[in-house]
Design a protein around this ligand. Structure first.
Ligand code: BYC
Length: 481
């Protein structure tokens, strides 16, 4: 391994890519920087740009200590370009070029495909910041507010990571794409973000936690697949992004766990055994478990759509080309070429769900989605342990893959969360039982009152077990301006 872990902090852009010796790239990035800062001020966390936030900043890629903590005003955050150390003599791990030396430059024949993958990845990062920009106003604590902003600044850094690749390796069209990433807007009618889930609203903290659990986990799966890439700079960039991503999913999983814990605690304290006693539970200022299930159904199904069609020639081409691999590709024991093998895909045939053996190459999105669902299930099982421990009789479940889908083989299929098929009219009539309805959204909206007291938490959520960076319970994570 070449350890290239020193970060040049003298430059405007902290980096471990020797930016000062690449004046052309440095100029391109420094030109892009003001537009980025304007975007951040316009579309980043609203109302908190001058607050001092206790944030971690990536200052190196040394696994033993890559981050430094301290108070920062978000527009002054040092968004850097950090690549995981280069692995000497790394080879393309899969596809038609398997065993060849990994590419340090863009292979001409795959330029368009590679650019598309990088642009789609890049587009999601600022999109999520836009979706979450009002949440500071209803933060249930300064601890949670700090976590929100940490996620936001790191999504900003992930945008930088993709912009670095575009500007360093794709010339003029790379620079144009980098501008496009600052021009699109989540939910905009004329110029929306590229993928469906990134144009949805994240209107409240329950959605934020579900988003960081489910949608950031799609991020993890996609980044893991790109980390396998034969295009080495993409592999190294995404490998380091995954280091930061873990905290985002922690925020989601622990946020939901704390919400569940508080609900169960309040139910018990008030002698409520029936988790479906919605009115009584809500009157106590906590979120009933069936409503949490509805939010889960929404965010899980939206996130399943992010995997594309289960059977996809785009995915097969990207694999053959050695650009995008499978989850944990190098740990799988097979030929890494996927010739003449199949993969079982759940499909709807003649009104029944059946498992069809599809060519494994074509079924790569289906496979990644299955790996994703298994990863989600682990978190749901841990949430159920919280419910069980509290002695409440309720179980959260992942919805059926055919429920509420707009991309892939289950588009225009009308299924309940348990996979019961029905016609469109019946589904429309019942969807309020499965997805948050107006009544649910109103309740949550009114519940989301800010709690900015130091060491204080809104009634609907339990405090965390430990603080960030081992800080004590009364730590002032955000100094409001
Ligand atoms: N919405 O063959 P198909 C993250 C389009 S999240 C709209 O089915 P393919 C993060 C598709 O573009 C991870 N359009 O699928 C999380 C194609 O259009 P064209 C982001 C969609 O290409 C939280 C057509 O349908 N990274 O990092 O095999 C916070 C047919 O496509 C959608 C990536 O996604 C959709 N949901 O797979 C912050 C990795 N799905 O080209 C960040 C890069 C499909 O025919 N992207 N379409 O016009 C990819 O690997 C793939 O492009 C996809 C789709 C997995 C997205």
């Amino acid at each position: 391994m070449t350890m290239n872990i020193h970060v040049n902090y003298d430059d405007l852009i902290p980096n471990n890519v020797d930016l000062s010796n690449d004046p052309k790239l440095k100029r391109a990035l420094e030109k892009w920087h003001p537009g980025y800062i304007n975007w951040w001020k316009d579309m980043g966390p609203e109302g908190f740009q001058t607050a001092d936030v206790y944030l971690r900043t990536a200052v190196s890629v040394d696994p033993k200590g890559w981050a430094k903590f301290g108070y920062v005003k978000m527009p002054e955050y040092r968004w850097g370009i950090l690549l995981a150390p280069q692995v000497e003599d790394r080879t393309v791990p899969f596809g038609e070029h398997k065993g060849e030396l990994a590419w340090q430059d863009v292979p001409g024949e795959y330029r368009a495909m590679l650019r598309r993958l990088i642009v789609i990845q890049g587009d999601t990062e600022p999109a999520s910041v836009e979706q979450q920009r009002y949440l500071g106003k209803t933060a249930p604590s300064l601890y949670d507010m700090r976590n929100l902003f940490q996620v936001n600044v790191e999504e900003g850094r992930h945008l930088w990571a993709m912009v670095y690749l575009l500007q360093r390796y794709f010339g003029r069209d790379g620079r144009e794409e980098a501008e496009g990433l600052l021009a699109r807007r989540s939910g905009d009618a004329d110029n929306p973000r590229m993928l469906g889930a990134f144009n949805e609203k994240t209107p409240d903290w329950l959605s934020f936690f579900m988003f960081t659990f489910f949608t950031d986990r799609d991020g993890k799966m996609q980044l893991e697949s790109l980390a396998q890439s034969g295009f080495d700079p993409l592999s190294r960039t995404t490998r380091f992004m995954l280091t930061e991503e873990a905290h985002h999913m922690f925020v989601g999983e622990s946020g939901i766990a704390r919400t569940i814990e508080r609900t169960c605690e309040v139910m018990k304290a008030n002698g409520i055994d029936d988790p479906h006693g919605k009115e009584r539970i809500r009157a106590l200022g906590v979120i009933d478990l069936p409503t949490i299930q509805k939010k889960l159904n929404l965010h899980y199904s939206l996130s399943l759509d992010l995997f594309g069609s289960e059977v996809s020639t785009n995915a097969a081409n990207a694999f053959n080309a050695g650009l995008k691999g499978r989850y944990q590709e190098t740990k799988i024991e097979d030929d890494h070429m996927l010739r003449d093998v199949t993969y079982p895909v759940l499909e709807l045939k003649d009104g029944k769900f059946v498992t069809v053996d599809e060519p494994a190459l074509a079924a790569l999105n289906g496979r990644l989605r299955d790996d994703y669902s298994a990863d989600c299930q682990k978190g749901v099982t841990r949430w159920n342990k919280v419910i069980e421990k509290a002695g409440v009789n309720f179980e959260l479940k992942l919805s059926h893959p055919a429920f509420h889908r707009y991309i892939g083989g289950f588009t225009n299929v009308y299924a309940s969360p348990t996979g019961e098929l029905m016609d469109k009219a019946a589904w429309e009539k019942r969807k309020g039982e499965w997805l948050p309805n107006t009544d649910d959204m109103d309740f949550i909206y009114h519940l989301m009152q800010p709690e900015y007291g130091i060491g204080k938490y809104a009634n609907w959520i339990s405090p965390p077990k430990v603080g960030i960076d081992n800080k004590p319970g009364d730590f002032e994570y955000v100094k409001l301006a």
